[in-house]
Design a protein around this ligand. Structure first.
Ligand SMILES: [Zn+2]
Length: 159
């Protein structure tokens, strides 16, 4: 199963089932577990962008109940490795993290981090995607944001 979101540029953002599995495994179902997160990698097709993998939290990442800061060097090495091994087809698409919220929404810091990632990352796209995973047992309640350098737009699910 995949889930599609409509991007402001008219393309679809398609989240693959293996990435949805990663989201489910890391849902922050109580405040007893820290936030999880990582980067999103995928491929660009004519009508849609496919998120094919999501990195997992690990060594070097700072995790708390209300925050997640990923290790930048580790993330960049994952991006470079995928890019090289796929001959430039698998690219960095954005970031994901969890919230202990049924209806997730970005915090002030999240918005600041999205803008910073856009400025500091080597982007292959003209925009950056940020996904926040809810604590809802029925997944699909994701907050999907699109940042084009000007404003963050929440994307609506279409299927
Ligand atoms: Zn957050």
């Amino acid at each position: 199963m995949t889930i599609d979101y409509k991007l402001p540029n008219g393309k679809l953002l398609r989240i693959s089932d293996c990435v949805l599995d990663i989201f489910v495994m890391h849902q922050q179902i109580s405040f007893n577990v820290p936030e999880s997160g990582g980067i999103l990698l995928g491929r660009v097709f004519e009508k849609y962008i496919m998120i094919e993998s999501a990195s997992l939290p690990g060594e070097g990442d700072k995790r708390g109940i209300l925050f997640f800061h990923r290790d930048k060097r580790k993330a960049q090495s994952i991006i470079n490795k995928n890019y090289e091994e796929s001959n430039g087809e698998i690219i960095y698409i954005g970031e994901w993290h969890t919230h202990c919220e049924k209806e997730p929404h970005p915090s002030f810091i999240d918005k600041w981090e999205i803008k910073r990632a856009f400025k500091k990352s080597k982007l292959n796209l003209k925009y950056l995607i940020c996904i926040i995973v809810s604590s809802d047992k029925l997944l699909g309640n994701l907050w999907v944001g699109y940042y084009d350098g000007n404003k963050i737009t929440q994307c609506q699910r279409v299927s």
